[in-house]
Every structure is written in C-alpha cells, then in structure tokens.
Design a protein around this ligand. Structure first.
Ligand code: GDP
Length: 296
C-alpha cells in the first residue's frame, strides 16, 4: 500500500509545527489561523475550525498545547467524515462504469492506469475508453497504459465524438462481461462551457445504456494546485454532479490541507490519493491514517 507522505515536503506543514508554544494565548490562536491557511485549508474550513477553537479558548478550555492539539484533531477529523468512503465495486453491476474527469495535467491518465492495475490485482477485468478525442497524445498515452497494465483500450480517431467512443466501449465491455470500464475524458476544449457540455453528453449516453451509469464520476485533482484545486472541484461538481475524488501529487509540494478544504466545501468521498508517478503509487484514502500522518 502506498504511504501517504513519501517525501517530507508536505511534512513541512505537519500539524505538529502548527501547534503554538506551551502557553496558549490569543496570539497563538491567531497564528494557528495563519498556519492553517498556509497549509491550504482554505478560508471556509479554516474559519470553521478556528471559530470552534476560539469558542473553546474563550471558555477557558484551551490551556495547553496538548488541549489545542486534541481540539484540532477532533475538529479536523469531523471535516473528513464525508470523505471517508472507499470505492467498492458491487458484484451485481457489470460493467461498473467510472467516468474520470479533470483538467489536463491533474494526473487523470496516470490515475486511470494505476486504477486499472489495482482492479486487476483484485481479480477484476478492466477495459479503458479513450474519451479524450481532442488530443491525439491523450489516446496514445492511454494506449500505452493499456499495454503496460495489460487491459484493452477502446479508441477512435482524434476528433471523433467522445460519447460515441464511450458508447462503443460500454457495448464491448458488456459483450465481454468486463467488470470495470474506466472512461478517460478531455481536460480542456475550446471553452470551459464546451467541455462541461461534452462531459454531460457522455454521462447522458451512459445513462441510456444503464440507468445507473456512470456509477462513479470521479474528479482527479492535483493537490499541489491549492486553491485552484478547490475551484476546479466546485466547477466540476456543479456541472456534473461528482460522486468521488482522487487527489494526486500528495507526495509533492502539496500541503495536505486541501483535503480538508475540499471535504468541507463539497462533502464528497475522497476515494484515492496519488503519491507518485509509478503504477503502485495510488492508495485508498483513509481519514484515520491521514489524520495520523498529520499528527504523529
Ligand atoms: P492528465 O493530463 O490529467 O491525464 O495528467 P497525466 O496523467 O498525464 O499526469 C501529468 C503528470 O503528473 C505526469 O508527469 C504524471 O506522471 C504526474 N503525476 C500523476 N499523478 C501523480 C502523483 O500522484 N504524484 C506525482 N508526483 N506525479 C504524478
């Protein structure tokens, strides 16, 4: 299993360092607020946590560094309640369709390759659909992953209708009794509105093939993008109705706090975290482990 924090760059924002000195005064609470913002918690999640700490401080319930640590742990943990829901593939849904969305460079293709390997390791058969028909390189990259993890890739020529690619792939997957179909999609078109319309069309087409498909609409976001990651998550969720998230590049310079910002704003399951470029560098998100990695 991939570890959460491979390098030590985001340990710079290890919550141990956020805790104030031995005496807890108003300055310490203010400093904590600054540190949470620097750790990418975002304005709303920071305010929510600091308000609660402030109330406790005003009530004389935060006297020591340890009190602050415990309160922070509790309130941050609460923010992650909705995030802690792993993706499971039910036995009766075939093919289980995962529609992958996200801006270019977020790590969508890499995550698809890693996921395909993960499902294969669980004994499930997998098929990929090359739904980013906007960029020739995207199709080639997906085909490369298909060879690497030994799963079939359904593709059409550059410029063809992505909904038609996904339709073909679904039909092929159903005919072959494939367990999991993972569909790549474009991360950029001429405009954002075009992109969202294209994604909604793919979703509609899938819904005609199986009323519950896509069974998962997973946004891939780059955790190092900070506030932009949150904005992307909100935009895709508004347009598509996401059912889960994968946060990539948590091994890099990401501050980890973005996990709380997204959880607070969208209350969506964080399914996986990416912690490197290799195929094994994807782990299920686990709120308890994540909190431990931040505090221990
Ligand atoms: P896409 O445009 O969203 O499909 O993004 P790609 O899958 O092509 O990934 C963009 C870059 O990010 C590539 O260089 C990947 O190797 C890298 N990448 C993807 N996921 C991770 C991750 O979890 N950690 C690190 N360090 N790099 C990643």
């Amino acid at each position: 299993r991939a570890r959460l924090n491979r390098g030590d760059s985001w340990l710079t924002y290890d919550l141990r360092n956020l805790l104030p000195g031995e005496t807890v005064d108003q300055d310490a609470i203010d400093e904590l607020e600054t540190q949470l913002l620097l750790a990418d918690l975002g304005v709303a999640a920071t305010a929510q946590v600091v308000d609660r700490l402030q109330t406790m401080f005003d009530g004389g319930r935060l006297r020591t560094r340890r009190d602050v640590g415990e309160a922070l742990h509790e309130h941050l943990g609460t923010l992650l309640a909705s995030a802690d829901e792993p993706l499971t593939i039910p036995d009766h849904t075939r093919p289980f369709v995962i529609l992958m969305v996200g801006v270019n460079g977020a790590g969508k293709t890499t995550t698809i390759g890693k996921l395909a390997q993960k499902f294969r390791d669980q004994g499930l058969s997998v098929m990929l659909a090359a739904g980013d028909t906007f960029r020739a390189a995207a199709v080639e990259q997906l085909q490369e992953w298909g060879r690497r993890v030994d799963v079939p890739v359904i593709a059409q020529a550059t410029g063809s209708d992505p909904a038609s690619v996904v339709f073909d792939a679904f039909s092929a997957a159903r005919a072959r009794g494939t367990d999991v179909l993972i569909a790549d999609t474009a991360g950029r078109l001429h405009t954002q509105a075009n992109l969202m319309e294209e994604l909604r069309k793919i979703k509609r087409v899938l819904g005609k093939l199986d009323e519950y498909a896509p069974h998962e609409i997973m946004l891939v976001v780059d955790a190092t993008a900070g506030g932009n990651a949150l904005q992307q998550a909100v935009a895709f969720h508004d347009a598509m109705g996401l059912t889960g998230l994968t946060l990539t590049k948590l091994d890099g310079s990401a501050h980890g706090g973005i996990v709380f910002a997204i959880a607070q704003r969208l209350a969506l399951p964080i399914r996986f975290v990416g912690v490197g470029e290799s195929v094994e560098d994807l782990g299920p998100f686990n709120a308890g482990e994540f909190m431990e990695a931040l505090f221990d």
